[in-house]
Ligand binder design. Structure first.
Ligand code: 5GP
Ligand code: MG
Length: 193
């Protein structure tokens, strides 16, 4: 009754596929930052699970920070992005690895990257769990990505639908009836972060 797994139509990426991909990206990130101080900036809420799995596979010193971004625009216009950085004051001169759950249109990541560079970050590299290149509308390729997805709305492993399903250990597609049951799904990056 009310289990999450029964709402899933199909699994796209199993937990073991995800963790294998993360091992590979963690090794690449490690080589990139070896010998340099850097801060992993996890974009809340979607990347919390990915960030936790990723950083535990990076065997060199790093710091961890969180950022949340909310937009006052609607889905089609580029609204003002309000960024909260935790902790504050750790941007200038730092090498940052910006970590998000999924790169879709690319707007959120592009704006965060520009904001951090404007605030004096020495370097801003980007790392995403999922890359959905078919939907891109700004020019941005992630420096690191775990897996590529087609133009599908996916949930699990941090990604939500209407606030739910973040705690699924795999990535899947919901049954059509679940999507239909909510009028305004929060597919907008900015509103569900
Ligand atoms: P964009 O790259 O369009 O600025 O926004 C990326 C954000 O959109 C992600 O952080 C996520 O919140 C949301 N998003 C995009 N595609 C999906 C998807 O397939 N599933 C879920 N749950 N969120 C998505
Ligand atoms: Mg998000």
């Amino acid at each position: 009754m009310g289990g999450m797994h029964e709402d899933i139509d199909r699994v796209l990426f199993s937990e073991s596929t995800i963790l294998e991909g993360i091992e590979r990206v963690a090794a690449d990130v490690t080589e990139h930052f070896r010998g340099r101080d850097f801060t992993v900036v996890s974009v809340l809420k979607g990347s919390c699970i990915f960030s936790a799995d990723l950083i535990r596979r990076i065997p060199i010193p790093l710091e961890l920070a969180f950022v949340s971004a909310s937009s006052y625009g609607d889905r089609t216009t580029a609204g003002e992005l309000e960024i909260s950085f935790f902790p504050t004051g750790e941007i200038e001169g730092r090498n940052l690895l910006l970590v998000d759950d999924i790169l879709d249109t690319g707007r959120t990541m592009a704006r965060l990257k520009r904001e951090f560079l404007d605030r004096g970050a020495a370097e801003v590299s980007t790392c995403v769990f999922l890359d959905k290149p078919s939907r891109r509308d700004v020019e941005l390729e992630p420096d690191f990505r775990v897996l590529e997805v087609d133009d599908l709305f996916v949930v699990g492993y941090g990604l939500d639908f209407a606030g739910r399903y973040r705690n699924l250990p795999y990535v899947g597609v919901l049954e059509q009836s679940i999507y239909a049951s909510v009028l305004e799904p929060s597919v907008d990056a900015d509103s569900n972060a």
